[in-house]
Design a protein around this ligand. Structure first.
Ligand SMILES: NC(=O)N[C@@H](O)C(=O)O
Ligand code: NI
Length: 166
């Protein structure tokens, strides 16, 4: 029987076991460019193992609710950052690791202007926009060897909007 996941608003605290939330909330770490720019410095823990950092652009199809989640994946060799190239919120699914398998997933919805960085080896749903354009810069590992482990759920999940995501 399909289980339901209800969206929660993404917060750095709730996401901390899984990765980093990047946004310009709070004061910048440094004012630069003749006072015309606030630098929110070094906000993510990147890790590319024996590979190197790469920046790719994703043009992803927006999903409609309820969103079916039948798989999560992880990248054992590197972190992966999703940086939206629009101000649209998007859905982020993560799950704890339980002896090499994902536990119960958590579904979050970002606020406008928020980006995320998944820590190396974190179980996650694939990039999931909910508005067009689904344009993202993705920073992840470029290198040799397999860096993708998938887990397909026997019974999937349906992701539904919560009150806060309207
Ligand atoms: N496969 C790929 O490049 N992207 C996925 O890892 C993803 O998390 O969307
Ligand atoms: Ni991924």
């Amino acid at each position: 029987m399909t289980q339901t996941l209800t969206l929660s608003a993404l917060t750095a605290e709730a996401f901390a076991p899984f990765g980093d939330v990047m946004d310009v909330s709070g004061a910048p770490d440094k004012i630069i460019n003749q006072g015309l720019c606030g630098r929110h410095h070094d906000r993510a823990r990147l890790d590319f193992g024996d590979g190197r950092a790469g920046i790719s652009l994703f043009n992803a199809e927006p999903r409609q609710f309820p969103i079916t989640l039948d798989m999560v994946e992880r990248h054992p060799e590197g972190s992966q950052a999703f940086i939206p190239m629009s101000l649209h919120p998007f859905v982020v699914v993560v799950a704890p690791d339980e002896d090499g398998k994902p536990g119960t997933p958590r579904a979050f919805v970002t606020s406008a202007g928020q980006a995320i960085n998944l820590h190396r080896g974190t179980w996650h749903g694939v990039l999931t926009p909910i508005h067009a354009p689904g344009l993202f810069a993705v920073v992840d590992r470029i290198g040799e060897g397999a860096n993708l482990e998938e887990h397909w759920f026997e019974t999937g999940y349906e992701i539904v909007e919560g009150a806060q995501s309207r």
